[in-house]
Design a protein around this ligand. Sequence first.
Ligand code: SF4
Length: 340
Amino acid sequence: MTKGAPLLEIADLRKTYPLGRSGALGLGRRRSVSALDGVDLTIRRKEVVALVGESGSGKTTLGRIVVGLEKPTSGSVSFDGSVRYPSETRVSARELLATQMIFQNPVASLNPRQTVAEILAEPARVHGLLPQEEKGFVAELMARVGLADGLANRRPREMSGGQCQRVGIARALAVNPQLIVCDEAVAALDVSIQAQVLNLFADLQEQNNLSYLFISHDLPVVERLSHRIAIMYLGRIVETAPTKDLFQAPAHPYTQALLASVPRLDRRAVTATPIQGEIPSPISPPSGCHFHPRCPYATAQCRAERPQLRQVGAERRVACHLVDADGAPPNDQSIAQARK
Ligand code: SF4
């Protein structure tokens, strides 16, 4: 699959949510929670980028900003050569059509009172894109996602989770998007249905030259579908690399820990090493490298200085003080050197 020029370019994106004041009477200092802490990410045309990390890492916030459901606190977002943020003018609903989102809970994301046909025709009608031949338009959308014609008059509660997710995908396709944000789009489905929906995503991507930002907490789910993976931890991207490279040689200690936590068959037994500790609260994140309290290699520099996301090797970027210029992960030599 050939990837093209940059479609979505995100630079130094931050999102902070205000909280109440601290203290028993609420008279202390104002507090805030940082969901995104300086995120840089580019998605090219026809590229599938998976955004992976534990719950609370900021993945969904990033996806919601990309489709215009939320505004960033600072930083920039450009789409198809136009600056969306920061911008003097409000991003119009029409401009936002090119980026669509598919949600985790397929049933809850659909209007329970509408039929499938109404759900699929509505976005196109609202934006003046509905052709006169409405029935044919709906039938074509349903065929594209593998839904039988006979389901057109059903309501969400009369269908399975897999069928509802196909309706969600068809609804996104109804307005001809260039980029689809899939937020844990198969997480709520049974494993056998997951595979079918992932195949559908892959086919639609090929047929329509789509780009995806595929948000997931599950590395095996994204392995087959994505061209590139971005690993996120507590509001920061800590590693991006082509999918194959990342699975073969993870460089960042957090990526290594995520991969080691995936159950695998080893000498006829299923083994997995859970990641040590819990993801810290974003209200008071650790200093320096956010991962240092859980990292077996942490040094004084890690506790004090934020590691920048830097290019290592041809196609990889990593935010770790101890990863070398070729992308080699922390090793005895680099750790000894750092601890001198
Ligand atoms: Fe671990 Fe330090 Fe690298 Fe952070 S910067 S991942 S604490 S070695």
